[in-house]
Design a protein around this ligand. Structure first.
Ligand code: GRG
Length: 293
């Protein structure tokens, strides 16, 4: 077993428990809490909280509220998946191997469950007890940028606008830097903020986040072609699948793999500016580009 596997096996149940505690603590209509919890508890790789925790491990810093911050980012990610699956967006019936939120609770409640998760996350950051006020403000500011119109929401709009037209590789990159990369990079930067690192280390980690975010998305596109039955099942039968702008469709499958590997190499080089000693964070980066789902 690699050290990353044991890291994952140790932390994923803790992240799940933290998510469940956060939902339990909310005073809200039972059906809304149930809908919010349904998608949170449906599994998922928990990559974003794991990145935050692995950054702290890399920096050899322990933080009592790292799990709370990581779980909060997972809530924002889960909101984005609930909304992305809606009939007005991707119209998906299955997510994480289960019926999508709107298929179980109806469209109105799915929208509101997503809204509930997103807005809760900002309050959760504001309520952190062990993080100095200026760092909390920075976390809240950067999360709003990463999740909002300047990040994920903006990227989703660019993605919708690009459907059924051919885009350039640069345009595709802009879509993914915003749609997928921004929140993933925030997870990494949040670790740097909790650890209160200096500007040089922060810059190296931000560069790492940028490159690993793109490598993550390129691998996602590659999995649409080469992936597991579950991944292929998600795209199979979708009329846009063959016309979708993806790295393999623009660059060929081998070209996409080269680009993924280039971004992975750049990500690792950024880490080597901080430490010569590879750690769990290196293994997580390798997992991102080698994963099968
Ligand atoms: C609706 C505002 C809004 C945004 C949606 C994130 C997103 C934007 C859409 C998801 C669609 C998608 C398949 C994007 C590709 C990369 C990605 C984010 C995959 C899902 O993330 P994982 O692999 O999922 O971390 P799990 O289920 O493991 O958490």
């Amino acid at each position: 077993m690699t050290s990353f596997q044991s890291f994952k096996e140790y932390y994923v149940p803790k992240i799940d428990q933290q998510l469940s505690n956060q939902i339990l603590s909310i005073e809200a209509p039972v059906i809304l809490k149930e809908a919010m919890n349904y998608s949170l508890a449906a599994g998922g790789k928990r990559v974003r909280p794991l990145f935050l925790l692995a950054v702290l491990d890399f920096l050899k810093v322990k933080h009592g509220e790292a799990l709370a911050v990581g779980a909060t980012i997972e809530m924002v990610h889960t909101y984005s998946l609930i909304h992305d699956d809606l009939p007005s967006m991707d119209n998906d019936d299955f997510r994480r191997g289960k019926l999508t939120n709107h298929k179980v609770y109806g469209e109105a409640l799915a929208i509101l469950a997503g809204d509930g998760l997103l807005t809760y996350s900002f309050g959760a950051l504001a309520r952190l007890k062990e993080v100095p006020a200026e760092n909390k403000l920075e976390l809240i500011h950067l999360l709003s940028k990463a999740a909002g119109a300047e990040g994920m929401v903006g990227g989703q709009v660019l993605d919708i606008e690009s459907e059924r037209k051919k885009v350039t590789v640069d345009e595709l990159e802009t879509i993914h830097i915003n749609k997928t990369g921004a929140l993933l990079s925030f997870s990494i930067e949040a670790g740097a903020i909790l650890a209160q690192v200096d500007d040089n280390i922060r810059k190296a980690l931000t560069d790492f986040g940028f490159h690993i975010g793109l490598a993550f998305q390129i691998q996602d596109d590659i999995l649409d072609i080469e992936g597991t039955t579950e991944e292929l099942g998600k795209t199979a039968g979708k009329d846009v699948a063959s016309e979708k702008n993806t790295y393999p469709s623009l660059l060929t499958l081998n070209g996409a793999k080269d680009k993924r590997d280039w971004h992975y190499d750049q990500a690792v080089l950024s880490l080597r500016q901080i430490s010569d000693e590879p750690g769990i964070l290196d293994e997580l980066a390798a997992y991102i580009v080698n994963r099968h789902n």
